[in-house]
Design a protein around this ligand. Structure first.
Ligand code: SF4
Length: 325
């Protein structure tokens, strides 16, 4: 990417967490990989081949949308995926918090001077209140307590971001909430996603872009899969993959970086093919959903009727560190 390589920030003005991010973002020319110009066509051919049995079952006029979230849930527990799929979407404090914070972070990147987190959050709330995606209506109708909670939680997230990240310069080509989309199987399947933050852009077949997902809470292997899926969509769009993927854990001030390789992209393509098949079969009812217990059982909407989840949680809660075995 351009900026950390050509427009150094005065290191003394950065705290160690910000310096770590800056070190992560920058890459000397020899560390920027070059990929085959045919990689996109190869990946697309592999995906189309893996999905060819769906050719006659799907219609480009009514494509199957495979989002990051859909693939993640169907790969973790098919029964939970089906249960969540049937629940109508509703805005809530946690969902509004994330959207308000992301909008405020977007504003911070383009703000002149040193922005104040709460000012950014209030501007974000004002902008989103004018939107037509349902959040504006929710903000207009929510209780004062809910609004205050959204404001407080978003402020915490934005303040943490500004503490952990160096000032982001326009020359780094920052894009927040960037929408990604790639069509496969002749438009019958659409891969979609939205990156929290992307910096840089490819130069020919040389990878330079860094894709960052901002996370609260701790590490999960699913976070790696999410970013690998974004790297796959980027490659199908542009032909040149990102150079680096990073989940950034705001609470801990730590990044989990992963370099993009051809092997990583092929694995992401295979996972996407398996996920699309499962999504389609669950959608048309030719596959019985498999319940796979895990940490998400605790907040799963199907828990009350799912024996697998109840047994799992019962076992987990019965396990004592003082058990003999
Ligand atoms: S309770 Fe657990 S196993 Fe059951 S559907 Fe939910 S996530 Fe899956």
């Amino acid at each position: 990417m351009t900026a950390p390589e050509t427009t150094p920030i005065i290191a003394a003005s950065l705290n160690p967490a910000q310096q770590q991010v800056l070190d992560l973002l920058g890459a000397p020319p020899e560390a920027r990989p070059t990929f085959s110009p045919t990689l996109r066509d190869t990946l697309l051919a592999d995906i189309d081949d893996g999905l060819r049995e769906l050719l006659d079952e799907l219609d480009p006029a009514d494509p199957l949308f495979a989002s990051k979230h859909a693939l993640s849930t169907v790969h973790s527990c098919e029964a939970r995926h089906v249960a969540e799929r049937d629940i109508p979407f509703e805005w809530s404090v946690p969902l509004a918090r994330g959207t308000v914070a992301h909008k405020a972070i977007e504003l911070s990147i383009h703000w002149r001077g040193r922005p104040d987190p709460l000012q950014l959050v209030d501007e974000s709330l004002a902008r989103l209140a004018e939107g037509t995606d349902g959040l504006g209506d929710w903000l207009a109708g929510c209780s004062e307590v809910d609004r205050a909670e959204v404001r407080a939680l978003a402020n915490e997230r934005v303040a943490t971001f500004l503490e952990c990240f160096p000032p982001i310069r326009a020359a780094w080509i920052p894009v927040t909430e960037g929408r990604l989309r790639a069509e496969v199987l002749g438009g019958r399947v659409v891969f979609s996603g939205r990156t929290d933050l992307a910096l840089g852009r490819p130069e020919g077949s040389t990878a330079r872009k860094v894709v960052i997902d901002l996370k609260t809470g701790g590490f999960s292997a699913a976070h790696l899969d999410d970013l690998r899926f974004y790297a796959l969509i980027e490659t199908l769009r542009l032909g040149t993959p990102p150079r680096l993927l990073a989940s950034y854990y705001l609470d801990a001030g730590r990044a989990q970086p992963e370099a993009v390789t051809e092997g990583l992209l092929r694995a992401a393509a295979a996972r996407a093919v398996d996920g699309v098949r499962a999504l389609h079969e669950l959608s048309v009812g030719t596959r019985a959903p498999v319940a796979r217990a895990g940490v998400s059982c605790r907040w799963c909407p199907a828990l009350a009727s799912c024996q697998v989840g109840q047994v799992h949680l019962g076992r987990s809660e019965d396990t004592s560190p003082f058990d003999a075995d």
